[in-house]
Design a protein around this ligand. Structure first.
Ligand code: AMP
Ligand code: TRP
Length: 327
């Protein structure tokens, strides 16, 4: 069975972009692959946080992922900081990654522009991400389009390490969905939908009241002509709605576009499809929140399983480098 690994940061609430770009594919993959999903709390440290904040958000994200359908019987769900091998291999990977490579990362450029205090960790973040992936002999990394560059870097660094120190790491491949890989903000459809965009009118959260979701779609920015056509460059707002509805109905955006002549019905049907997706997820989420200990116990089992794979791979890397073994 192929090995799959992906990660998500415990910052902000899960939103529709996370679901269509990543999480719903994770739910599918868990049946066909040996899958590990990691809540990357160490990555969340790269931008300043209040004391206590990350832990709370980590638990909430775990509950959100379980509510979306991750099944601990079928996959390994765990928290990055519970498996210390991530930071250990992260350091080793930093030492085979160049400053030039890190400087080219667009996520760093975007995120550092929003920060007053730019941590060194924000800069070296992709090396820790590479370690997350390489620690599990991962074949496939299901992510949204925005992560393509980080997976390419992971491949380059793994190949470099293997050349320098001998076959150590499996070279992973990104797996990016054909439709839904880049869900855009409903108010600013040239920006991707994200947890941090202000106000929240353009972001559909998993936890949004269902009536509020319908409103967000009815107010979604389209454009002044009224032709329903899939054309991302000329009609970003309409194309975003078509992509969302298509991802949820297993059609291509062109096929969906052919069924509409007006924006109103397109918005209404997209909102309905999203509401039907989220309704059962919200019910399950409420059940999980009522019993936090159950989730904590699952995460502990997950860390145990992940740690046993990770420690073997770190040992392999250290041996191949030729660090002095401890007696
Ligand atoms: P993040 O929320 O940045 O930790 O991302 C978690 C996962 O969701 C990653 O695989 C991202 O590629 C994916 N993702 C985040 N935002 C979007 C979006 N607007 N559209 C599609 N995928 C997204
Ligand atoms: N950088 C990813 C993001 O911002 C999160 C992430 C961290 C990740 N480690 C990973 C994704 C490993 C896939 C595999 O979304």
């Amino acid at each position: 069975m192929p090995r799959v690994l992906s990660g998500i940061q415990p910052t902000g609430d899960l939103h529709l972009g996370n679901l269509l770009g990543a999480v719903l594919n994770w739910v599918q993959d868990q049946q066909q692959a040996d899958s590990l999903y990691c809540i990357v709390d160490m990555h969340a440290l790269t931008v300043p946080k209040q004391p206590g904040e990350i832990g709370e958000r980590t638990l909430e994200l775990a509950q959100g992922l379980l509510a979306c359908g991750l099944d601990p019987e079928q996959c390994t769900l765990f928290v990055q900081s519970h498996v210390p091998e991530h930071t250990e291999l992260g350091w080793i990977i930093q030492c085979v990654t160049s400053m030039g490579e890190l400087r080219r990362m667009t996520q760093f450029k975007d995120k550092s522009e929003q920060q007053e205090f730019i941590s060194a960790g924000l800069f070296t973040y992709p090396a820790l991400q590479a370690a997350d992936i390489l620690l599990y002999d991962t074949d496939k990394v299901p992510v949204g389009e925005d992560q393509r560059q980080h997976i390419e870097l992971t491949r380059d660094v793994a190949e470099r390490f293997n050349k320098r120190f001998g076959e150590t790491f499996v070279i992973p491949q990104a797996s990016i969905p054909r439709i839904g890989a880049r869900v855009m903000d409903l108010q600013n459809p040239t920006n991707k939908m994200s947890k941090s965009s202000d106000g929240g009118a353009g972001t559909v959260y998993l936890s949004d009241d269902l009536a509020a979701i319908a409103k967000k779609f009815s107010r979604a920015v389209t454009d002044s002509d009224s032709e329903v056509r899939f054309d991302v460059a000329e009609k970003p707002g309409v194309s975003n709605l078509l992509s969302i509805l298509s991802a949820l109905t297993q059609r291509t955006p062109e096929e969906t576009a052919a069924e509409y002549t007006q924006y109103g019905p397109l918005k209404k049907d997209t909102a309905e499809a999203v509401v039907e997706l989220l309704r059962p997820i919200q019910t399950r989420m409420a059940e999980l929140k009522a019993d936090p200990n159950a989730t904590l116990a699952l995460l502990s089992v997950g860390a145990e399983k992940a740690g046993s794979i990770a420690s073997a791979v770190v040992e392999r890397a250290k041996n191949n480098i030729g660090l002095l073994p401890r007696r």
